[in-house]
Design a protein around this ligand. Structure first.
Ligand SMILES: *[C@@H]1O[C@H](CO)[C@@H](O)[C@H](O)[C@H]1NC(C)=O
Ligand SMILES: *[C@@H]1O[C@H](CO)[C@@H](O)[C@H](O)[C@H]1NC(C)=O
Ligand SMILES: *[C@@H]1O[C@H](CO)[C@@H](O)[C@H](O)[C@H]1NC(C)=O
Ligand SMILES: *[C@@H]1O[C@H](CO)[C@@H](O)[C@H](O)[C@H]1NC(C)=O
Ligand SMILES: *[C@@H]1O[C@H](CO)[C@@H](O)[C@H](O)[C@H]1NC(C)=O
Ligand SMILES: *[C@@H]1O[C@H](CO)[C@@H](O)[C@H](O)[C@H]1NC(C)=O
Ligand SMILES: *[C@@H]1O[C@H](CO)[C@@H](O)[C@H](O)[C@H]1NC(C)=O
Ligand SMILES: *[C@@H]1O[C@H](CO)[C@@H](O)[C@H](O)[C@H]1NC(C)=O
Ligand SMILES: *[C@@H]1O[C@H](CO)[C@@H](O)[C@H](O)[C@H]1NC(C)=O
Ligand SMILES: *[C@@H]1O[C@H](CO)[C@@H](O)[C@H](O)[C@H]1NC(C)=O
Ligand SMILES: *[C@@H]1O[C@H](CO)[C@@H](O)[C@H](O)[C@H]1NC(C)=O
Ligand SMILES: *[C@@H]1O[C@H](CO)[C@@H](O)[C@H](O)[C@H]1NC(C)=O
Length: 822
């Protein structure tokens, strides 16, 4: 192999990198030997951007040894080096090679992304005149950027994901980079306007990415001169321009324009952009659409492939308001979600655009589910959820969208049977029919072992019958199955065919019989909800040892026996076993689940004392032990539970004084919602799943323009968890629980005075100490509970008078002090 032609990327082995699985090519081995003379052998070679495993080579060490803030002293002999990648290390500084003139004199591509380099790197790199492509993504560039000339050949600069905050310094630093074609300042912390100083010298720019900053105001007028620009990402800023009069109208070379997530005023005819003959991608989500009926419908010169305009609500908006759509025939993705569009579904859109792959129309007001007018072989993703549509999901519908991968018609008013022809859609991966009025049985063909379906959600319909799968068949693809809120009966033996499940929710049905032991073998389970059925028998031992289990609900069944003596489930956050006939002592349960947030064992037959180990569950926020036979005093250890939001120990045999140690709770740092997994970052603004999503949600829009693909991936399995107390049945969502406190110690034998400290938090909503043996006065501190809705102190031996201050509590709906000696 000729050394001259060598394009080698040398990667310092980072701490997080493991050896890849790819083999090492012989010619790379030879090439590495050639470089070996001075190469520190803790480097790995990478050719063409993919990692190759050269670990087996003699002298190549694969155990990572680089430390934080190491300094890269560059290998001097790389005179021929054209491309160098040092990304993803812990480089904090940079030692310029000394003693040798221009050791990197041929370097054209340098990637030092994902390090901690500061701004001084720029002045050092400016001494490499050959540099054409520089990737500084995810570093620590901030403050004043020094670029004193140099970079005269730089064509591409990626400074995304740095803490650069002042556009002025960026402009001054970059204004000189007259050759620059591609510039990314995405995800910096730039704010303020750029009208006066807006990157005016970079007239040769072809691609500019300023997305995800905090830039305000209008676009700089000098941008009218950026006539070479093909790709412009401005999304997620605070621009307030009117598209019709903005410099955007001059940029007729644009192929991609993304202005989503701003305050742009956009005329619905898009006439100001009509001359963009090359425009293929137009992303206008989250802006303000103005309907401009004045402009006569004109034929735009563009044929879009990707058009998104979700959540740009304007009253009275119809699809026909977007006059230009009549003239589009090449659409691949169209997203008009969340616009409250109330008209007949535009089937002509489907007729005109036979290449359509992604049709995203959720959260509108389309009246009926229309059968596609023809077979749409290219359609992959169809989201018609939450429209209130009537009608049926017909056989014809299914046959006309044979290649769908994602179908979501959730939250409509569809009725009739679920057609078994859905099973003939062999590419279907996610099917969400939940929250409709479908009736009849569940077509078992949907769970066919050959189907690729991995998420099936039919929850909240009117289905009935039994779930029977053929014996000895494994339905390995299915990961998520949601059948809750139906009238299904029969037993759960079908689960033995579904061993790969990650999420199983069959709550609120009429399932009978024992919990199949196979559940303990479903090692992928993260969420298991079998509550509100008629299941009986013992809980299989292994259930508590499932390593990935995060949410376990078996409540309101007829389960019996005692719990295993200890369990491990390290990820377990929520345990709901209430409303069964479980018994025994839980003193030796000793869970190794430090992540536990909810423990609800109420309405069972547990006995013995309240265990001390509860005090070790530092995340515990909800503790319900109501309606058991727990005996003894309030254990001091529970005072360590500073995150407790709701505690209900009512209807037990507890005695002794009330605790004075519970709080005050510091809600600012330990709110309940903070402890629940928050969903991963989503580019679908406004549709972030609530913190109650237990199964990781992937709902992302992947963009990649260089290879001309823009994929909209839409799938996910958000799950809202409900929980009940005897007084409330609510779906607590989001951050509602941050401010919530309930304390219920009623129906025990607690004695002594009510400690003033019982007014634990100003956010308290409910306090119940009734049916105990409490004495003394009602403490004045209760008047501090300004949000309280219910105070019940009845059936005690309290004396004195009712503090007058209590009458000033505005929200108090229930105040019961009857059966005392007041
Ligand atoms: C690098 O050189 C060392 C010693 O000179 C040698 O043992 C090793 O095999 C060489 N590594 C490669 C990959 O050629
Ligand atoms: C980033 O740079 C600032 C100074 O500009 C410094 O205070 C900070 O420690 C640096 N952060 C890292 C992670 O190196
Ligand atoms: C565009 O460039 C020309 C020539 O360089 C200059 O005279 C003009 O002022 C510029 N226009 C704007 C709007 O900056
Ligand atoms: C589009 O181009 C035509 C002819 O070149 C011109 O008359 C018209 O004003 C242009 N429209 C806009 C919005 O720039
Ligand atoms: C596209 O839809 C519009 C509006 O219904 C219609 O006028 C036009 O003829 C359609 N074009 C094609 C090719 O079907
Ligand atoms: C649901 O469908 C049933 C018939 O299966 C019908 O009687 C009922 O009224 C429907 N409910 C709603 C809310 O539309
Ligand atoms: C499943 O696939 C196999 C082989 O691809 C085929 O023989 C079998 O008939 C299929 N089963 C069903 C129910 O379609
Ligand atoms: C669970 O797995 C074990 C070991 O893989 C196996 O021996 C046992 O039969 C399985 N139990 C059930 C009920 O499938
Ligand atoms: C619950 O289980 C007990 C036996 O443990 C049985 O006697 C009782 O009938 C069951 N109740 C229901 C509602 O199934
Ligand atoms: C616990 O329940 C089981 C099953 O109902 C019963 O056999 C056992 O006697 C109970 N244990 C105690 C101590 O009550
Ligand atoms: C289906 O749409 C509903 C409502 O828009 C949404 O909440 C749900 O997550 C979607 N289902 C899937 C599987 O993406
Ligand atoms: C009410 O709370 C304040 C502090 O928030 C405290 O100083 C005061 O003593 C409390 N009042 C009573 C009656 O406990």
């Amino acid at each position: 192999m000729k050394k001259k032609a060598l394009w080698v990327l040398v990667v310092v082995l980072g701490i997080t990198r493991l050896c890849g699985s790819r083999g090492c090519w012989e010619q790379e081995r030879v090439a590495l030997s050639a470089l070996n003379a001075t190469l520190d052998l803790k480097y790995r070679v990478d050719v063409g951007g993919s990692y190759f495993n050269c670990c087996s080579w003699e002298g190549v060490e694969c155990n990572p040894t680089t430390g934080r803030n190491s300094r890269a002293s560059l290998f001097l002999p790389f005179e021929e080096l054209k491309s160098l990648s040092l990304s993803d290390n812990y480089l904090g500084g940079w030692i310029a090679p000394e003693g040798i003139n221009s050791p990197l004199s041929k370097l054209e591509v340098l990637d030092v992304s994902h390090n901690s380099l500061g701004h001084s790197i720029l002045s050092i790199l400016s001494t490499i005149p050959s540099l054409r492509h520089l990737f500084l993504h995810d570093n620590n560039l901030s403050g004043t950027l020094h670029v004193n000339g140099g970079f005269s050949n730089l064509k591409e600069l990626d400074m995304s994901d740095n803490p650069v905050d002042d556009v002025g310094t960026v402009v001054r630093a970059l204004g000189a980079l007259s050759s620059l074609r591609i510039l990314s300042l995405q995800s910096n912390t730039i704010d303020g306007t750029i009208t006066t100083q807006g990157l005016c010298n970079l007239v040769k720019l072809e691609e500019l990415d300023l997305s995800n900053n905090g830039i305000t105001g209008e676009l700089p007028t000098c941008w009218r001169n950026m006539t070479s620009i093909r790709v412009l990402f401005l999304e997620d800023n605070e621009f307030t321009d009117n598209v019709a009069s903005s410099p955007l109208t001059s940029l007729t070379s644009l192929e991609l324009l993304s202005i989503s997530g701003n305050y742009f005023d956009i005329p619905s005819s898009l006439s100001p952009l009509a001359n963009y003959s090359r425009l293929k991608v137009l992303l206008l989500d989250d802006n303000k659409l103005t309907i401009d009926s004045k402009v006569a419908p004109l034929i735009p010169r563009f044929q879009l492939k990707y058009f998104t305009m979700s959540n740009s609500l304007s009253k009275g908006f119809k699809v026909t308001s977007l006059g230009f759509l009549n003239h589009q025939y090449d659409l691949i993705t169209i997203d008009l979600s969340s616009n409250d569009i109330s008209s007949v579904f535009p089937t002509w859109l489907l007729e005109n655009n036979t290449k359509l792959k992604n049709l995203l129309m959720a959260n509108n007001l389309f009246a009926t589910l229309e059968v596609p007018p023809m077979t749409l072989r290219n359609l992959l993703v169809m989201d018609m959820s939450n429209n209130g549509m009537r009608g049926e999901l017909t056989t014809e519908f299914c046959l006309n969208v044979p290649n769908l991968q994602y179908l979501n018609v959730s939250a409509n008013r569809l009725e009739g049977n679920i057609p078994s022809e859905l099973a003939s859609m062999k590419s279907l991966l996610l099917l969400d029919l939940s929250h409709n009025n479908f009736s009849g049985g569940l077509p078992m063909q949907l769970l066919d072992s050959n189907s690729s379906l991995y998420s099936l959600n039919v929850a909240y319909n009117n289905l009935q019958g039994e779930i029977v799968l053929s014996d000895n068949t494994m339905y390995l693809n299915l990961l998520c199955l949601q059948l809750e809120h139906h009238m299904f009966k029969g037993d759960l033996s079908f689960l033995s065919s579904l061993v790969n499940l990650l999420l199983l929710d069959v709550s609120n049905n009429f399932f009978i019989g024992k919990l199949p032991r196979v559940i303990a073998n479903m090692s992928s389970l993260a969420l298991l909800d079998l509550s509100k059925n008629q299941l009986n028998g013992l809980i299989p031992q292994g259930l508590f040892n499932l390593l990935g289990l995060e949410y376990l609900a078996l409540s309101d069944n007829n389960l019996s026996g005692s719990l295993a003596s200890s369990f491990i489930a390290p990820e377990l956050r929520h345990i709901h076993l209430n409303g069964n006939k479980l018994n025994g002592s839980i003193v030796h349960l000793l869970p190794n689940s430090s992540n536990l947030v909810t423990l609800d064992l109420s309405e069972n037959e547990f006995f013995g004392s309240i265990p001390y180990w509860l005090g070790n569950l530092s995340q515990l926020s909800i503790l319900f032990l109501r309606g058991n036979d727990f005996y003894g005093t309030f254990p001091k250890q529970l005072c360590r539970l500073k995150s407790l939001s709701m505690i209900d120990l009512s209807k037990n045999n507890l005695f002794g004084p009330l605790p004075i140690c519970l709080g005050p709770v510091n809600f600012s740092s330990t709110g309940y919602a903070n402890k629940v997994d928050s969903a991963p970052h989503s580019r679908f603004r406004g549709q972030l799943p609530s913190p109650w999503s237990y199964v990781r949600t992937i709902r992302s829009q992947t963009r990649s323009y260089n290879n001309k693909i823009l994929i909209v991936e839409v799938w996910g399995v958000p799950h809202i968890v409900e929980f009940t107390t005897k007084r409330r049945f609510d779906a607590y969502k989001g951050y509602a629980l941050l401010n919530m406190i309930e304390l219920d110690f009623s129906c025990n034998h607690f004695s002594g005075e009510i400690p003033p400290e019982i007014a634990i938090s100003q956010d308290m909503l409910m306090l119940n100490l009734s049916h105990n043996k409490l004495t003394g006065h009602i403490p004045m501190s209760l008047s501090n509970l300004t949000k309280i809705e219910s105070i019940d102190l009845s059936y005690n031996n309290l004396i004195g008078s009712i503090p007058e201050e209590l009458t000033r509590l505005n929200f108090l709906g229930v105040f019961n002090v009857s059966y005392n000696d007041l």
